[in-house]
Ligand binder design. Structure first.
Ligand code: AHR
Length: 496
């Protein structure tokens, strides 16, 4: 028999907004993320607009990507921005020491990044080098980008851009406890204070300063930053959380996994919720008014690199399992939108849990891309708290994987979107949802992302294997909505 679950929506009088920034992306100079994945250069035979691949631009716009973090990651603390400005023919070719020792020709630099953001209507998020750079270098980069006049502005104009760009989101270091300088939180707190002093607001431009935060379960880092820097000096504190089984040895195949590994991937992904709660409660102690945003600026699945791909380039395929991780994680972020103000999945193209994969002039959209697409109505919508009654599976590590995950938001035009996830491999699921009085009752749109095999993926040969399709198993009658979820499915329904 099909299990029946109940969902009760409990709209609040003062709803939190699910920031569209939670749908942020991250593009590092790593493997084929920036080079090939986005940037091919003007002379490329691949159809492009001023060097950006047209198919990538279209996908960025289609997804309504709100914010893009660049240039890293670990690469950021090795990046000297002056290498990436001026005549491209004169820019130095260096070695990317973090990622496979690949040549970095610096053809994609500050102008190329900010122009991309303008072209695709994206807010830039600049990650600044504090690991191997200097305070002067960081201060001058901010000035170069945002100052309306002065020597840096003159240099920018000489390089082809008279008007300053707008820059809000600015990261001060990345993983400063690791690849960003192996610092201890007490020391990093002072480094942060020093850099943030000189990374000045320029006329007409106000920075939102984000401190390099903890990874996973490092609660001491968060506590120390809140105590030693705290609200007032930082606007955001970051957190990195990967769905990764181990930092040493094999991380498992992205495409070849059994049912146990599937459920434990979801168990690990869902563990982000208790982890978030603990970081948030430490932040609440120092900052009860929630001024400091928790910025999850790296998250997603991390598996072994695809066999035959370039070592160090973190190229991985993407299956329905990744789609599940994306949907479940986004549903968690929504719940904490009073504190989680931004998230950036790692990474945009060809790296880790990517939105798309490229091969020459071919670009294939991944199952994860489609989750982000189906979830667009949640961007900047009001969060509707709800309760779910359902069965729970335990993974091999005894972590809970509920058989149903639901999120609901109300958009500015009054429409309500519910996104429902049935992660169970072999069982459909009937969901009854009581709609509160005054809720819209007309199904305006309903889509499902589903596959008959959890290993289903899109390839260059078969790019449309996993795609959303119209969903018909939804009924609304007498204020009651009922949904019949197939096994392994993600459904989004908009009521108007
Ligand atoms: O996303 C890949 C890497 O993961 C980033 O460069 C780093 O910040 C993290 O360890």
């Amino acid at each position: 028999t099909t299990p029946v679950s109940k969902v009760v929506l409990q709209p609040s009088e003062k709803p939190d907004t699910v920031s569209r920034m939670i749908y942020g992306q991250f593009a590092e100079h790593l493997g084929a993320c920036v080079y090939e994945g986005i940037w091919v250069g003007e002379d490329s035979p691949i159809p492009n607009t001023r060097g950006y691949r047209n198919d990538a631009l279209e996908a960025l716009r289609e997804l309504k990507v709100p914010v893009l973090r660049w240039p890293g990651g670990c690469f950021a603390d090795d990046y000297h921005w002056r290498d990436g400005i001026g005549d491209p023919a004169k820019r130095p070719t260096l070695i990317n020491n973090n990622w496979g020792g690949t040549q970095e020709d610096n053809s994609f630099g500050t102008h190329e990044f900010f122009d991309l953001c303008e072209l695709a209507g994206i807010e830039p998020y600049l990650s600044v080098n504090i690991g191997s750079g200097t305070v002067q270098e960081a201060a001058q980069w901010i000035e170069y980008v945002t100052a309306p006049n002065g020597p840096m502005a003159a240099e920018r104009a000489a390089n082809g851009r008279k008007e300053p760009w707008k820059l809000k989101y600015t990261g001060i270091g990345n993983e400063s406890w690791g690849c960003g300088g192996s610092m201890r939180p007490e020391y990093y707190s002072d480094v942060y204070r020093r850099y943030s002093t000189y990374m000045r607001n320029q006329p007409g431009n106000q920075l939102y300063r984000i401190a390099s935060g903890a990874s996973d379960y490092d609660f001491h880092w968060t506590e120390t930053l809140m105590n030693r820097v705290g609200p007032g000096r930082m606007d955001g504190l970051s957190l990195h959380y990967y769905t990764c089984v181990s930092w040493t040895g094999s991380k498992g195949s992205a495409t070849d996994f059994d049912n146990d590994v599937y459920y434990s991937t979801l168990g690990k992904a869902l563990e982000i919720e208790p982890v978030l709660r603990r970081h948030i409660s430490l932040m609440d102690e120092k900052d009860p008014k929630k001024k400091v945003g928790l910025i999850v600026d790296e998250w997603g699945t991390w598996f072994d690199e695809e066999p035959g791909s370039v070592p160090g380039h973190l190229y991985q395929q993407n299956t329905m399992r990744d789609a599940m991780v994306a949907a479940l994680t986004l549903n968690v972020f929504h719940k904490y939108s009073d504190r989680v103000r931004m998230a950036n999945i790692a990474q945009l193209a060809n790296v880790l849990q990517a939105m798309w994969l490229t091969k020459g002039d071919k670009l294939v959209l991944t199952p994860t891309y489609y989750v982000f697409k189906m979830y667009r109505p949640h961007q900047d919508a009001e969060f509707i708290p709800l309760t779910v009654e359902c069965d729970t599976i335990k993974d091999s590590k005894n972590r809970p994987v509920p058989s149903l995950s639901v999120t609901a938001t109300r958009a500015a035009d009054g429409s309500v979107t519910l996104s429902l996830v049935n992660p169970v491999l072999d069982s459909a699921h009937k969901v009854d949802i009581a709609l509160p009085k005054g809720f819209p009752v007309k199904v305006a749109q309903a889509e499902v992302l589903v596959a008959s095999d959890i290993h289903a993926k899109n390839t260059f040969e078969a790019p449309a294997t996993v795609q959303p399709s119209d969903f018909r198993s939804v009924k609304v009658k007498n204020g009651q909505m009922s949904v019949q979820l197939p096994p392994m499915s993600i459904v989004s329904v908009t009521l108007r």
